[in-house]
Design a binder for this molecule. Structure first.
Ligand code: FEO
Length: 170
């Protein structure tokens, strides 16, 4: 069993990760509609990664004898009116998710829950990568997004992203 507050926050994080998947799927749909299939692919893979994060949280809860409650996933609420919008929204969102992970870490630390802290270490590192990816996407778009030929090449680059299982064993 876990501390009540830690378990509550982990349960909320499952929902937050599924929401992230939903949000990125929405961005994937947006780019597909705009004809940028590479960007659409990149976000579809990102949505898969977010689902992986949710499942890791879920399995961790179960492994610790905690009841998991699946709550409603909110409708993605970001209105994209330019091709750069999803990239900026993503960066903002990943910074927010980092704060959520840190908050759970703080709660675990407060009750000397070293096991959960160790579990969350992977997510702390992962958030560093997620923020860096989001920053890189914004930068690349600022550099190359205005020129159609460069945008075409950037879109091609995005199309090569594939899904890989998270390197975390529970
Ligand atoms: Fe699950 Fe993008 O953080």
């Amino acid at each position: 069993m876990l501390d009540k507050k830690v378990a509550e926050l982990l349960n909320e994080q499952i929902n937050a990760e599924f929401y992230s998947a939903y949000l990125y799927l929405d961005f994937s749909i947006y780019y597909a509609e705009e004809g940028l299939d590479g960007f659409a692919n990149w976000y579809k893979i990102q949505a898969q990664e977010e689902r992986d994060h949710a499942m890791l949280m879920l399995e961790y809860m179960q492994n610790n004898g905690e009841k998991v409650t699946l709550n409603a996933i909110a409708k993605p609420d970001k209105e994209c009116s330019t091709l750069k919008d999803p990239l900026e929204f993503s960066l903002e969102h990943e910074r927010y998710v980092t704060s959520l992970i840190h908050n759970i870490y703080d709660a675990a630390h407060a009750v000397k829950d070293y096991r959960t802290m160790q579990f969350l270490d992977w997510f702390v590192k992962e958030q560093g990568e997620e923020e860096k990816n989001a920053e890189d996407m914004v930068k690349k778009f600022e550099l190359f997004g205005q020129d159609p030929k460069s945008l075409y090449m950037l879109d091609n680059e995005m199309s090569s992203r594939t899904h890989s299982e998270p390197e975390l064993t529970l």
